[in-house]
Design a protein around this ligand. Structure first.
Ligand code: ADP
Ligand code: MG
Length: 141
């Protein structure tokens, strides 16, 4: 399925409406260039999961992971600066992925190939200054 967003608010709305439909344990990879809207989408997911407004969702630039507590917790990975798969191991990512939270991963291309194959994906494309296309591909487990 391909969706078109015409503003950051629309991208957040798409995510907000998707959030309650995600099963606990869902792992969602967000692909796309810098500025294509991945983090904006995660902000909408947090809203949709009812995560407290006291958390401001931004890119975890210097950390690989930000955790947001909620009834369904949100684990926000940004692997842009991942140097090696070992770094991910040290983070204990498997525990997060096997938990009841929703995991979102910016730059899933950095994951080992076999992990990439088992996760759902959204590919963000910058169409114009304010237009983004979102191609959704859900793994049905
Ligand atoms: N339709 C849109 N959806 C999402 N972001 C948009 C859109 N139009 C413009 N933008 C802008 O693009 C940038 C997206 O940034 P961000 O979400 O951090 O991207 P990424 O995490 O993919 O690097 C923001 O500055 C946002 O305001
Ligand atoms: Mg980002």
């Amino acid at each position: 399925m391909i969706l078109i967003s015409h503003s950051p608010e629309e991208t957040r709305k798409i995510a907000r409406e998707l959030a309650p439909k995600l099963k606990p344990g869902t792992i969602l990879g967000l692909k796309g260039d810098l500025g294509s809207g991945k983090t904006t989408f995660v902000q909408g997911l947090a809203e949709g999961l009812g995560i407290s407004k006291k958390y401001y969702v931004n890119s975890p630039t210097f950390t690989l992971l930000n955790e947001y507590e909620g009834e369904v917790p949100l684990y926000h990975f940004d692997l842009y600066r991942l140097e090696s798969p070992n770094e991910l191991k040290n983070l204990g990512w498997e525990e997060y992925w096997e938990g009841k939270g929703i995991s979102v991963i910016e730059w899933p291309e950095r994951l080992p190939a076999e992990e990439q194959k088992r996760i759902s994906l959204i590919t963000f494309t910058t169409v114009s200054e304010t237009t983004r296309s979102l191609e959704l591909f859900f793994k049905n487990d």
